[in-house]
Design a protein around this ligand. Sequence first.
Ligand code: RFL
Ligand code: PHB
Length: 390
Amino acid sequence: MKVQVCIIGGGPSGLLLSQLLHLKGIDTIVLEKSSRDHVLARIRAGVLEHGFARLMREAQCGERMDREGEIHKGFEIAHDGVLSQIDLHKHSGGNSVLVYGQTELTRDLYEARDRLDGNFVHNAEDVTPHELTSDRPYVTYRSNGETVRIDCDYIVGADGFHGVSRKSIPKNVLREYEKIYPFGWLGVLSRTKPMSPELIYVKHERGFALCSLRSQVLSRYYVQVPLTDKVEDWSDDAFWAELKRRLPEEVAGRLITGPSIEKSIAPLRSFVAEPMSYGRLFLAGDAAHIVPPTGARGLNSAASDIYYLYHAMLAHYQNDDDSGLQGYSAKALARIWKAQRFSWWMTMLLHRFPDRLEYEDRLQQTELEYLLSSETAQRLLAENYVGLPF
Ligand code: RFL
Ligand code: PHB
C-alpha cells in the first residue's frame, strides 16, 4: 500500500493530523497498536487552549466540544487555608481555556475519521519505520500474523512517550533532556457534581492537590503522592479524606464524594527530545516531549506540533515548498521549551518537595506570595496558561 503520510500512533496527535491532512486531499494512514476501546479508556487531559479549540474546529471536529465544553475564564489557588482567584480573562487580554476531556476529544476525532472513511489500523503489531533518510521511507507492521508494508513520502511519529518512532532515530543524533520529579499524582474520576465552577490548584504542607472537572456531573480530583505509593494502597475513602485535609475548610465542606469510576497514579516527568525530525520522520506530541500536568500543557503542546506539521505538509504538497518541513523541529521546539519552562515553574510553585532545604521552602512561599500580590506576575501566568500563540 502507498500513502503520502504514514502516521504512527492513533492518540489525539495522530488523529488530528490525519483529519486535517485528509480534508486537504492528502492521504494518510494511522497505525495504532491498541484497540479503539483501549485508547478511549484513558483518562488524561482536561484543559484545552483556545488555539487547540480553533484547530479542532478547522478539523471539523469542534461541534460537540463547543456545545459541551465549558469556558473557564479563571482558576483558583488555595494556600494556607485561603482561596485566591487568577483571572485569566482579564490578565490575558480576553482569552480563556476550554474544559473538555481528552477522552471526548479523541472520540470526536475518531468519529470524524469514520465519517470520512479514513485509513486506520488498530491492533497493529511491531510497527517499524524503515529507510528514514532515503526519499522512499516505509513502515511495516504485523496484523493477523502477516507483515504489511506501507510505502510513503513521510512518516509521522505520534506514538507517545513509549512509542517506537523516537527510538528509531540514531542515538548519536538524538539528544534527550529529562527531569523526574520525586512524586506522582493520584487521580480519581467520580460521577459527582464538581465542588467548584473553577479549577482549584492547592498548595498544602501535606502536598499538592487539584480539583478539576469534566462536566457538571463528572469531577476529576488529584492528590500528590510519593512515587512508592500504589493505586491499591488507596481506597476511595482514604482518597477523599486526604483530599479534604488539603482543602481550605470552607471548600472541603462543599466536597461531594462518591465511588471512583477511574483511579490511577501518573508519575511526573519533564522530557524533551531534540531534534524532532530525522530524514523523513517527524515526531509530534508526547513522542518528543512530556511535561508534568501541573500547567495543563501536554496535549496543548501536541496541538502546536500538529499545527506546524500540518502547515509544513500543506506547503510541500500544495506549493512544493519544503522550508516548513526543514524548519519544523526548530520551530516546534521553540514553543515546546516555553511550555516546559511554564510546567516546571507551576510544578515547583505548588508541590511539596521532600528532602528540601528550608531555605528553598521559604523561596517557594515567597514566589507564591509575590504571584498573588502582583498583577504583572499574574499576567505572565495567564499568558502561558491560556497558551502562547502559534
Ligand atoms: P498519546 O495520547 O500517548 O497517544 C499515542 C498513541 O500511540 C500509540 N502507540 C503506538 N502505536 C503504534 N505503534 C507503537 N509502537 C505505538 N506505541 C504507542 C498509543 O497506544 C497511543 O494511542 O500521545 P499524543 O497523541 O501525543 O497525546 C498527548 C497527550 O495524551 C498528553 O500530552 C496529555 O494527556 C497530557 N496531559 C494533559 N495535557 C493537557 O494539555 N492538559 C491537561 O489538562 C493534561 N492533563 C495529562 C493530564 C496527562 C496525564 N497523564 C496521565 C500523564 C493529566 C494527566 C494525569
Ligand atoms: C484535569 O482535569 O485532568 C487537569 C486539569 C488541569 C491540570 C491537569 C489536569 O493542570
